[in-house]
Design a protein around this ligand. Structure first.
Ligand SMILES: Cc1cc2nc3c(=O)[nH]c(=O)nc-3n(C[C@H](O)[C@H](O)[C@H](O)COP(=O)(O)OP(=O)(O)OC[C@H]3O[C@@H](n4cnc5c(N)ncnc54)[C@H](O)[C@@H]3O)c2cc1C
Length: 423
């Protein structure tokens, strides 16, 4: 009798679990079983990127790539030196899926459909000999003294005829994403877990003074979040919404400030430099030019620089008690000073998180110190591996979260294959 039912069980049919299972099977591991708790594998891939799946980001240098991970960037240096953006492109291209770069660096499948990515992964898994059980969730795990793991599954009625609820496997990979079950299982096996907090969210402003400007995009703005002990800064496009602020710079800001914001119960001061970093001297010079060359025009009809949204300009005039019907020639020095301050450092009170982010990811998860990032293997239990969002790693919006899944999944699958071959 074989000591194990399976050489490898992968729990979690998301991008990280698929990448690991495919890699291990393609590199020679026989009998790989992939468990997906829900009836639909790759559910997040399907809804990702607004249905288009932002597979990765055109950031080719591993050293630069790690800078896009508020948590886990340092640990990812090694993995990205072995499998990074270029490898992801090649991996998908070898299996027939071309990725196309957008002007902001995000990479999407040429079809612009996330279903192409999901289909490719399912086909590659089946071709490599991976067995996928849908509706099969891993409920409990016990590390066996002699090596390997005893697993207890729960099978939905649909899956019950195809699988068994108790299994023994030589190796186990946990890739359960942000779902609490994976953190519970890792905890059962003695791993430390960093408490999850949301990352990548929009900001609600108290009595949102910008509500009338909903839909205005300013690019770039400089955002500074001032908390009791720390400050966070980001520069980039921001979108004004009816509850506050969204857009890439806001999401990046909240990703880096996720834990600090949670500690302050999402209350902070937000300073916005609407001028995109223009100095006081530059703004004063722009006003002087307007006074000289547009002397007879009303303030409402001439903005200090053309890319400044007219709606925002009118709002700043009104909120800083400057009459918009005044002619540029009549703008007083005091009023000009007020406008320069408004353009460079408007202050708003943050009252909480906005209703949704672009990419929902969880900050927190399996503590990184107990994982060997050369192999993604647990330092506590030989034969136990981790990949993807379950780890205390998260990236900013733009394809970085999937890149971490591809890298950690590939690394784990390769390490498992190497370990299995060495027996
Ligand atoms: C709306 C939305 C859009 C996004 N868009 C993008 C994007 O365009 N680009 C990007 O980089 N990132 C995006 N993200 C983030 C990205 O989806 C995640 O970072 C990524 O899916 C994490 O992959 P994973 O394999 O670690 O986990 P998941 O994708 O969460 O997969 C884990 C799987 O494990 C299953 N599972 C959980 N517990 C068990 C168990 N006990 N037994 C068996 N199975 C279990 C779950 O059902 C799930 O299918 C988006 C997220 C959301 C919510």
């Amino acid at each position: 009798m074989l000591p194990f039912d399976r050489s490898l069980v992968v729990a979690g049919g998301g991008p990280a679990g698929f990448m690991a299972a495919i890699t291990a099977a393609e590199q020679g591991v026989a009998g790989v079983l992939l468990l997906e708790a829900t009836p639909q594998a790759l559910g997040k891939v399907l809804i990702s990127g607004g249905g288009r799946c932002n597979v990765t980001h055109a950031c080719w240098d591993p050293k630069a790539l790690v800078g896009h991970y508020p948590r886990g960037g340092k640990a990812l240096r090694g993995p990205f030196n072995r499998f990074a953006t270029g490898d992801t492109l090649a991996w998908f291209a070898q299996r027939g899926l071309e990725l196309v770069e957008e002007p902001d660096g995000r990479l999407f499948p040429r079809s612009n459909r996330s279903s192409s990515v999901a289909q490719l992964l399912e086909t590659a898994a089946a071709t490599a000999g991976v067995t996928l059980w849908r509706g099969a969730s891993l409920r409990a795990v016990e590390a066996l003294g002699e090596g390997g793991f005893a697993l207890q599954l729960r099978l939905t009625a649909d899956a019950a005829g195809r699988g068994q609820e108790r299994l023994r496997c030589a190796r186990l990979l946990l890739a359960t994403g942000g779902h609490p079950s994976g953190r519970y299982l890792a905890g059962q096996l003695g791993h430390g877990v960093v408490a999850p907090v949301p990352s990548l969210f929009t900001l609600a402003l108290e009595a949102n003074p910008l509500a009338q400007l909903s839909g205005v995009v300013m690019d770039p703005v400089e955002l500074e979040l001032v908390l009791a002990e720390r400050r966070f800064r980001q520069r980039g496009p921001a979108l004004i919404t009816h509850w506050g602020l969204s857009g890439p710079a806001t999401l990046r800001l909240t990703a880096f400030a996720a834990r600090a914001l949670k500690e302050e119960d999402y209350r902070a001061e937000l300073r916005i430099d609407w001028s995109g970093g223009r100095s006081v001297a530059e703004l004063e010079a722009a006003c002087a030019t307007a006074r000289r060359e547009q002397a007879k025009r009303q303030l409402a009809n001439w903005r200090p620089w053309p890319e400044l949204s007219r709606r925002l300009w009118l709002h700043l005039l009104a909120s800083h008690q400057v009459n918009q019907e005044k002619r540029w020639a009549d703008l007083s020095r005091l009023e000009q000073q007020r406008l320069v301050v408004a353009l460079r450092a408007s202050r708003y009170a943050v009252s909480g998180r906005g209703p949704f982010g672009e990419e929902f990811v969880t900050a927190g998860g399996v503590a990184l110190g107990e994982v060997n990032f050369a192999t993604m293997e647990s330092r506590r239990h030989p034969g136990l591996y981790f990949a993807g969002e379950l780890l205390d790693v998260d990236g900013v919006t733009g394809g970085f979260n999937f890149q971490h899944c591809w890298s950690s999944g590939w690394l784990a699958g390769s390490a498992i294959a190497a370990a299995a071959a060495s027996i």
